[in-house]
Design a protein around this ligand. Sequence first.
Ligand code: 6PG
Length: 463
Amino acid sequence: MSDIGLIGLGTMGSALALNIAEKGFKISVFNRTTSVVDRFITEAGPLAAQITGTKTLADFVQSLTAPRAIILMVPAGDAVDGQIAALAPLIGPDDLIIDAGNANFHDTNRRMRDMKTPFLGIGVSGGEEGARHGPAIMGGGPRLHWDRVAHILSAIAAQYQGSPCADWMGEEGAGHFVKAVHNGIEYADMQLIAETYGLMRDGLGWDAPRIAQTFAGWNTGVLQSYLIEISGKVAATVDAASGKPLLDVILDAAGQKGTGRWTAIEAQHLGAPIPVIEAAVVARNISARTDERAHLQALFGAGPTAIADLPISVMEQALICGKILCYDQGFRMMQAASQDFGWNLQAPAIARVWREGCIIRSAMLDDMASAFTQDAQRALMAAPFFAGKIKDSHMALRRVVATAALHGIAVPAHAAALSYFDAMRTARGTANMIQGQRDFFGLHGFARLDDGSTGNHGPWAAG
Ligand code: 6PG
């Protein structure tokens, strides 16, 4: 009998199943296309001894020790509902289904509400490599269900200095929500790096090997992270067919499965400001409009012009500043959700889980975990360590945004980070004008600064 089961032997499911087997657990697997099961077992090598391949859902369920735990690794959406419906008549009242895909947390909330049997939604990050050798795992749902499988999930997760990057985030869809915010930050981090690449390529005229070298250098400093590391590797790769840098032959249109977009949409519902993440989603949308961009370049003339001088250290500092501000936004959004949904999300635990295994893992996340451990409620940008970093780097961010603007190079995420910083640290903003306008055309009322009274109106109607 197996300790756990997994349905869905796609790339991520197969990798996760092998990881579970390797950590000493017995696992049963099932896949709708059953030939995939045979191939998987054959390719599992010595790990096959830990794995039971099954050809029917009934056999799969029967091969598991009760009360059962079943991981679903099927595409998010209808496929998950279909799989749950197919399992329902076969499982017992205590059997636990765990959706480990990139589900929309609203779907997870709904499933948890509607299902008669135990259910968990877990966010799994780290791509295929992470799933195989140690992902970051963000759990959501009733704590007692998490506790049933925590030993398995902790064993297969990435480890940061001996502690597993797997934790329970909160009730309902909290795990999938935190994973969506992770992906929003992933989009923003990637966009900030891509913009820096654009400054180097289009402004400074650097070739891919030089860019690769610069990223590799940054990866030994404050910016040390998986995404900087792989950006350097991507830039260093030569295309076998053309002999050119591979980057130069890749179409500049970014795909997206939707998690970053969900984060942006949810942020609007929550009233949480996440402009860097939103800018990254918009940038992907614009990137997909390749024909239109080519047409408009012809209409308006050549785009970027050469930058005479933009030191590497300035671009590096700007990236550091943008990155901190983007995380500040992501964590604020989670605080807002925590209040709205009553989840009690723990910022220190989230930062700790993200230190290893996931796509956004970086040296800075350990500093974030420390900052939130000192004060979980304080905004990241106000934490002494990060406030110091922002004070040191915001002039560099200013210089990058201004230089890019003057040379026709789009840096939407950098610009969003800078405006966010300037807006957030301005005590007297400009929304008094908005309130005046709203009252003028709609008598919406305004509060007075001098006596604190609300519901005041201007003399406009009289005029
Ligand atoms: C992860 C990633 C992963 C995501 C891909 C593709 O944490 O392992 O976030 O879950 O699906 O990176 O995402 P997009 O297609 O939206 O870029």
